[in-house]
Design a protein around this ligand. Structure first.
Ligand SMILES: Nc1ncnc2c1ncn2[C@@H]1O[C@H](COP(=O)(O)OP(=O)(O)OP(=O)(O)O)[C@@H](O)[C@H]1O
Ligand SMILES: [Mg+2]
Length: 239
């Protein structure tokens, strides 16, 4: 579904990604793990086109999309749930959700149906539909941010640290919501620092360090926390 081939990218003259290669199969739930400042968000921004790949290829459903503008990538089904649970604080929950449908010219009844779908998925958002988004708890803001992305009817969702700064019970709720989206047929790339959560739900993991993939492994009985820690803390290089 999505392939990154040897992506080199950065900001101005500063290179952050030094040849990132990864693969997210259709319907898969792949996690990209790594410490602070290792380039995780830069990978997601390169996928949606907010950062330009200087070298390498971004391929979506067989089409090289390096030169496709960000808006058009949304039309191809890509949607990013950005880091930081950013919402329009002065607008109501429902207004925030409707912003997610803004790019698609769709019939009112279709949009109403999508809105209903999000409310079914996140019941708390329905209860709080008329509340200013700035009044929401962290968990509710994360649900709103995911809900807003869903309003664009993506086929592939990129989530940037959805569990950050949330209580364990709320992290579980978010994890369940992500699994439900996978069951719905969405393809997911999840950036996380919460290794436990990622190992619980992902079927494949990559670890990025210093702008390079340092480790990758299918998640099954075999992935030991210890082994992962080693890659986090340094020492080992990609075998
Ligand atoms: N807009 C920008 N301009 C210049 N440098 C940037 C910009 N955004 C990020 N960087 C730098 O790029 C590097 C990687 O940042 P990135 O946001 O991709 O890391 P990250 O893995 O997502 O970190 P975190 O876990 O803290 O979110 C960092 O050194 C950061 O300072
Ligand atoms: Mg980040």
């Amino acid at each position: 579904m999505l392939k990154l081939d040897n992506i080199v990218a950065g900001y101005g003259r500063t290179r952050i990604l030094h040849g990132v290669t990864l693969d997210v199969p259709k319907g898969g739930l792949v996690a990209l793990l790594g410490g602070n400042g290792t380039g995780k968000s830069t990978v997601l921004k390169t996928i949606v086109g907010l950062v330009k790949a200087q070298e390498g290829q971004v391929t979506l459903a067989g089409q090289i999309i390096n030169d496709v503008p960000t808006e058009d990538r949304a039309a191809l089904g890509l949607s990013l749930v950005p880091q930081g649970k950013e919402v329009f604080g002065g607008m109501s929950v429902e207004e925030n959700l409707l912003m997610g449908a803004f790019h698609r010219r769709r019939h009112r009844t279709e949009i109403a149906g999508d809105l209903e779908g999000v409310y079914q998925r996140f019941k708390r958002l329905r209860e709080r539909r008329n509340v200013a988004a700035g009044m929401l708890s962290g968990g509710e803001r994360q649900m709103l941010s995911i809900g807003r992305s869903l309003m664009a009817r993506p086929t592939m969702l990129l989530l940037d640290e959805p569990s950050a700064a949330l209580a364990p019970r709320v992290v579980e709720e978010i994890a369940d919501a992500i699994l439900a989206l996978r069951d719905l047929g969405l393809t997911l790339l999840l950036v996380e620092q919460n290794v436990g959560m990622a190992l619980d739900i992902a079927d494949y993991i990559y670890v990025i360090r210093g702008g390079r993939i340092a480790f990758e492994r299918e998640v099954g009985d075999g992935v030991a926390m210890d082994e992962l820690q080693e890659f986090y803390l340094g020492g080992k290089e990609h075998a």
